[in-house]
Design a protein around this ligand. Sequence first.
Ligand code: PLP
Length: 395
Amino acid sequence: MYKSDFPYFSNSDITYLDNGATTQKPQVVIDAITQFYTHYCSNTHRSSYGSANKATMEFENVRKQIQSFINASSLETIIFTKGVTESINFVADAFVKNEFDTVIISSLEHHSNIVPWHMQGRNLHNGLEVVNYDSNLEFDFVHFEQLLQKNPNSFVSITHVSNAFGKIQDIKKITKIAHKYGAVVMVDGAQSLVHFSVDVKDLDVDFYCISGHKTFGPTGIGAIYIKEEYLQKVKPYQTGGATIHEVTFEKSTLLDSPYKFEAGTQNIAGVIGFGAALSYIEDIGYEKLHNWEVELYEYLHEQLLNIEDIELYNDTTNAIGSKSFNIKGINHDDIGILLDKQKVAIRVGHHCAQPIMQALNIKGTIRASIALYNTKEDIDKFIKALNRAIGMLKD
Ligand code: PLP
């Protein structure tokens, strides 16, 4: 249905089910980037001739677009970054490091939301707490509240959607409880915007990280929403050109947000491409997108249930996008190789979420992750290839 919007599919006969890693890009995104480089390539916020003004205007229009896309209160709250990894590292370093005794994360975090805390010297015995999960990978709210009671000066950093298992965590409930205890909440939204709409005001999050390349946009671009009350408290973590009001050999004075946080030449083409990706989603509409994905996700789950010796880790409750599983007695890496030979692109391994793999006592999983353009035929091809691979490995 939507594949014709994405040139990758006319140039490739791959059944692409690795959307958790990155999504394909629609022609409109590629066109927007090409248009920038071929018609008005100039730096932003510096020079005042025609194409430079246009570049600045297009760049800032995307900030406006993101502001309204996630219902943020003002333009100042939207800061461009390279992606979710950079956003988390930025907040970890420029805000959390010296302010909070404890960081609380969920069990389903990506390494991007674990390693930065370890780099601060935090671990399970000192400054880092991990919320338990149940047999369907649901977030344990009772445990969460106990952790908040035990650690009065906490920063909560939580993924909205697990990249490995597709589990959606209830962010609204998490912020409500966290705020009751005076904790501040950051959300890793790498896997959310491609599947459903996000309203940062309704969720009442303090920080929300988004990723361009997981949302039909270019690689190397993302953004972070910072609630207004934190804009002065967060220190810029890089400074230099474009962040300053005035510089003498004596001292530098910084501009206000967002500019004080955006040092150096920005990924202008990336921002413009990201804007086109968000317009693409807007044109389709989240309701249509989400309904189709829910149907597809249920279908994928049902088809997997028919496979002998399948080991699933969660059902479809509060889940979207990624589906992880194993086949008893078969190494996931072998399945990856045999699916590749049959032109099916999935991911096998730990999915940058080693701690939850260890907790589940597995080395990794086979993960199929869907996006808007996937079809039931894609899933049928995947299941057929999977059955063939299992047959070969069991012989
Ligand atoms: N968090 C999650 C849940 C992810 O899935 C990923 C990427 O796989 C990241 C963070 C890192 O995002 P980015 O590639 O935008 O740095």
